[in-house]
Design a protein around this ligand. Structure first.
Ligand code: NAP
Length: 294
């Protein structure tokens, strides 16, 4: 009797978790089971964010500032960085925010100067968290339509610039015995991404270099930024942020690759078709719908 009760409770818990995963989850189960961001891990720390002039990087800056971090904001567009800074300071005049424009594709010598400038800020405090968020644009088109220029431009920013920046930062972090890298990867760096071959290749390359953090478009940037900070402050080695069906496909490719890659083969052409028609490239229809999708 007791055994039956325990079994029923376990089955109920498993069913609840499965239901939650299928319907309401916007990150992998380890990530969403953690609590809110741990303020004590970032309060007063120096957080350098690339790609902070818009999108997820901008929202990360706002959320890190609200947790008491000292911020260095980087991207190419100085005016946009100043706008983000003003927005943060107008909400909280005590915020410590510095703007450091840079182009990730400018090569090692120029990046050396940028790293030196970043480490000198806040009275030579050094960098506690490097948030690699900047990325080259990611238009959706077939793999064979990609050009040499697109290949170089994508890898210069997403891979070479990001890795060089990391190499330049590591020595001083090791000297100080402190420093974290947070990498905004993508579901496209974990599973095939039909229509985004170059972007996917660049993110797979990054994943080979970093224990990386995953993110995906349809989660709101606020939630994405919040989960990113949860992952960073709880010291998670890897975290997936996405909705269904992308999360389910990621779990399948990771733990049941035969089924996962079979599914991706089934989805591929339909996803390209949906992207060409400006339809939903993340829809369940790609899995369950007919050959042509909208
Ligand atoms: N949004 C999503 O749905 C999604 C999904 C999966 C993964 N991600 C990842 O999350 C990160 C942020 O995505 P997002 O959508 O917020 O990006 P976004 O809106 O396209 O912004 C890209 C940022 O990178 C900066 N940037 C571009 N080229 C640069 C360069 N050469 N040097 C320095 N900075 C450069 C841009 O600023 P400037 O133009 O001023 O330089 C901008 O601040 C990216 O790594 C992306 O791959 C996003």
């Amino acid at each position: 009797m007791l055994l039956a009760l325990i079994f029923a409770l376990l089955a109920g818990a498993a069913a609840f978790l499965l239901f939650k995963f299928a319907t309401a989850v916007d990150g992998d189960l380890t990530l969403v089971s953690r609590g809110p961001p741990r303020r004590e891990r970032v309060d007063g720390k120096v957080v350098w964010i690339t790609g902070a002039s818009r999108g997820i990087g901008e929202v990360l800056a706002v959320q890190f500032a609200s947790l008491g971090a000292k911020l260095i904001l980087s991207a190419r567009n100085k005016n946009e960085l100043e706008r983000v800074k003003q927005n943060i300071v107008s909400k909280n005049p005590d915020s410590r925010v510095e703007v450091l424009p840079m182009d990730l594709s400018c090569g090692e010598e120029s990046l050396k100067e940028v790293v030196h400038a970043a480490e000198s800020l806040f009275s030579n405090a050094g960098i506690d968290y490097m948030i690699h968020n900047a990325a080259f644009e990611r238009p959706k088109r077939g793999a064979l339509e990609e050009t040499e220029e697109g290949l170089k431009a994508t890898f210069n920013v997403n891979v070479f610039g990001t890795i060089t920046l990391t190499r330049l930062l590591v020595p001083s972090m090791l000297d100080r015995g402190m420093g974290h890298f947070v990498v905004m990867s993508s579901a496209a760096g974990k599973v095939p991404a039909p229509g985004q071959a170059l972007y996917s290749a660049s993110k797979h390359a990054l994943n080979g270099f970093f224990a990386s953090l995953r993110s995906e478009k349809r989660v709101s940037v606020e939630r994405c930024a919040e989960l990113t900070i949860v992952a960073a402050t709880h010291g998670l080695k890897e975290a997936w942020i996405s909705y269904q069906p992308v999360l389910a496909v990621m779990y399948l490719v990771q733990y049941m690759p035969t089924i996962g890659y079979w599914l991706m083969d089934k989805i591929g052409a339909k996803r390209l078709d949906a992207a060409a028609k400006k339809g939903n490239a993340y829809s369940w229809n790609l899995i369950f719908g007919g050959k042509k999708s909208v």
